[in-house]
Design a binder for this molecule. Structure first.
Ligand code: AMP
Length: 170
């Protein structure tokens, strides 16, 4: 099946000039959903993973399922102020200004093997900030993977020190 048939382009969302990749048609179709999950799991074949880190909010669709299938824990990375106990923070650049991501300080132990997952790799700022959070907690990043990579934005260049895998390229 062609999974790109289940990705919907939405022009000017959430702001003008953005061509938003809407993955809800893929989530809506159990065959497409399962095919995507199995293909991403295939990237981890034989790799041991202790924690899967998913980024708010669309990273939360696949990351917990990847975690259960890999016999790993799930760790949410969230926008500032959403996590209830002690966190560490990382700023990252947006087109205009800065944003901040947080992770619980006790979510990853030194030396744990970590998979970082998000739905879309665009400029790479979100994934880079997430990797910095994992490394501050002294986790070891085994792979960063994505459902979709927007190749023309060259986000991969910000993740040069890691293995990066993406299912669908645009
Ligand atoms: P970036 O930090 O630029 O790599 O942006 C990645 C984050 O923004 C991801 O969490 C995506 O969910 C979201 N994102 C960025 N660009 C798009 C897009 N064109 N379509 C859908 N989501 C996007």
């Amino acid at each position: 099946m062609n999974l790109k048939d289940y990705i919907r382009d939405v022009r000017d969302f959430p702001s003008e000039g953005i061509l938003f990749k809407d993955i809800t048609p893929l989530l809506n179709n159990p065959k497409a959903f399962k095919t995507a999950l199995d293909e991403i799991l295939g990237y981890l074949d034989g790799k041991e993973i202790d924690k899967v880190v998913g980024m708010e909010s669309r990273g939360f669709f696949f990351a917990p399922m990847l975690a259960l299938n890999l016999d790993a824990g799930f760790v949410p990375v969230r926008k500032v102020g959403k996590l209830p106990v002690e966190t560490i923070r990382q700023n990252y650049g947006l087109e205009y200004g800065l944003d901040t991501l947080e992770i619980h300080s006790d979510a990853i132990k030194k030396g744990e093997r970590v998979l970082v997952h998000d739905d879309v790799l665009a400029t790479g700022g979100t994934a880079e900030a997430t990797c910095k959070l994992v490394e501050k907690l002294r986790g070891e990043i085994v792979q960063c993977n994505f459902l979709i990579e927007l190749d023309f934005l060259k986000g991969r260049e910000k993740l040069k020190s890691y293995e990066v895998r993406s299912l669908l390229h645009y």
